[in-house]
Write a protein that binds this ligand. Structure first.
Ligand SMILES: Nc1ncnc2c1ncn2[C@@H]1O[C@H](COP(=O)(O)OP(=O)(O)OP(=O)(O)O)[C@@H](O)[C@H]1O
Length: 289
């Protein structure tokens, strides 16, 4: 059972159908990225899941139960969507107060530990009105992590972060998913960062899901052989594209049989190269830009 399931979800504002019959899921320990042009519907989807806005139709299930009727489940979520803070309070006090205001009963992690994790340990006594946008993003991440969430919702978390901040964020996302089995759904326009960390990507266009797939789309496996592939061997390797000494294979699961066939005709594979279209190229070709 997926950790989170969005089923047939729609959201219309006055004149705009921002989400149209959206289905997506996030598994335990899975990192899923939402990508799509400005205005595609990413933030609307995240806000519906976070309980900030009500969908017009459809359903959201968390651990198999309808989320709309079980708002207490939101305590298991960590949410980073346009974070705002009380400007005349310092960073540490903001975290404590905001958690109480959100109705979180037990603050499991120490505020100082979390501030250290996001690289704000030297800023804990500073009033947030003096915080830059990037510092607010870091503090927003700290806020999202404070109650040891089982599910993380992050809206454009890379925006405004410097390279160190981005590296910290990527490490946190990977560690939360891989070691603590947190499910993570985030939106981003930073396709290189997305490509680096996510397990699955969902492309949204005009409120509809256009693509939903694992990150090994369009992978090609290039077997570099020690001699040219002759006509007889080409006939044996019917489904492969062959160029000189190279055999190009579309699916990893076919590699074993191809290795065996090559071995049978006395051809050795001396190197294996894996090529993949970049997420940016994919996005462009799918009409994302
Ligand atoms: N409060 C609102 N009132 C009316 N229309 C809205 C509102 N919020 C969003 N929209 C519209 O809904 C559509 C989806 O917007 P949304 O913010 O979800 O897109 P997005 O994919 O997050 O975009 P971006 O990448 O620019 O953040 C857009 O057409 C937007 O103009």
């Amino acid at each position: 059972m997926p950790l989170l399931e969005v089923k047939n979800l729609s959201k219309s504002y006055a004149n705009v159908d921002a989400l149209i019959k959206m289905d997506i899921s996030v598994n335990v320990g899975e990192i899923v990225a939402l990508i799509g042009k400005n205005g595609a519907g990413k933030t609307t989807l995240l806000n519906c899941i976070a309980g900030n806005i009500y969908p017009t139709g459809g359903n959201i299930l968390y651990k198999g139960e309808t989320l709309l009727q079980k708002e207490s489940k939101l305590n298991e979520f960590g949410i980073l969507i346009e974070p705002t803070f009380i400007p005349y309070m310092n960073a540490a006090d903001n975290l404590s107060i905001l958690l109480k205001a959100a109705g979180v009963k037990s603050v499991k992690k120490n505020v100082e530990d979390i501030l250290k994790l996001v690289g704000l340990e030297n800023k804990k006594k500073e009033k947030t009105k003096a915080f830059s946008f990037g510092m607010c993003q870091r503090l927003g991440l700290a806020q999202a992590l404070l109650n040891e969430p089982q599910f993380l919702i992050l809206d454009e978390p890379f925006v405004g972060l410097d390279p160190t901040g981005k590296a910290i964020l990527k490490n946190i996302i990977l560690q939360k998913a891989r070691e603590e089995k947190v499910g993570i759904l985030f939106s981003s326009h930073d396709l290189e960062d997305v490509e680096e960390i996510c397990d699955r990507v969902v492309l949204i266009e005009n409120g509809r899901k256009k693509y939903d797939g694992v990150m090994d789309y369009d992978k090609k496996y290039i077997l570099k052989c020690d001699k040219n592939i002759d006509e007889d061997t080409k006939r044996i390797l019917l489904n492969c594209n062959i160029k000189g000494k190279e055999v190009i294979v579309d699916h990893a699961k076919e590699l074993g049989i191809i290795f065996k066939k090559l071995d049978e005709v006395g051809i050795n594979v001396i190197d294996l190269e894996i090529k993949q279209r970049s997420l940016y190229d994919f996005f462009k070709q799918e009409g994302g830009e």
